[in-house]
Design a binder for this molecule. Sequence first.
Ligand SMILES: [Fe+2]
Ligand SMILES: [Fe+2]
Length: 187
Amino acid sequence: MNEFFLNKLETMLDKDRLSHSIGVCETAKKLAEINNADVKKAEIAGLIHDCAKCFSDEKLIEIAKKNGIEIDDVSRAQPNLLHGPVGAIIAKEEFLVDDEETLNSIKYHTTGCENMSLLDKIIYLADYIEPNRDFPNVYDIRRAAYKNIDEGLMLALNNTIEFVIKRGLLIDIKTIKARNSLIIDCI
Ligand SMILES: [Fe+2]
Ligand SMILES: [Fe+2]
C-alpha cells in the first residue's frame, strides 16, 4: 500500500473512514485481479476515493465552484454527494494522480454514471461491499460482485435506489443513467 498516500490520508480522514478506505483498496485489488483490470490503478483509486469525505458542505461547495464542477439541485440539497467530484480534484492536486481513468472512478464512486468503465465499476462496488460494510443485502451483493461484476453492480444500483426511495431522499440522475446504460449494455 502506498505510504505517501496513506500518511496523507491519515491527516484528512477520521479513523473509521481510514479503515473503510483500506478496505476499499483491498477489495478493489481483488476485483481488479478477477476482472483482469489494472490492479495498481484500482488500489490507488480505492485507497483515496474518499479523500474529500470529511470536508464540510461549505468547503465541498467552494472547491466545486472554483473548479467548475456542476452543482445541480440534487447536490445543492445534499452537498455530501460532491465528495466524489471534489475528491477527484484533490486526488489530482494533492495526491498528484494524473491518470484520467483513476480520477474518473473517484469522481463517480458515489453516484455511478452512464457507461461506466471497468475501473468505475470496480471502485463503485468495492466501496459498496468492502469488509467493514454491514447492511441488509450486503452478503448477496458481495457474492454477486465476485462472481460477475455487472450483476453485482446491478444489485448495488438497485439497492441504492430502493434505499433512497424508502427514505424519501433525492435520487441523483447519474445513478439512474448508470442503471439504464448497464441494462442496455447487457441486452
Ligand atoms: Fe464516498
Ligand atoms: Fe467510500
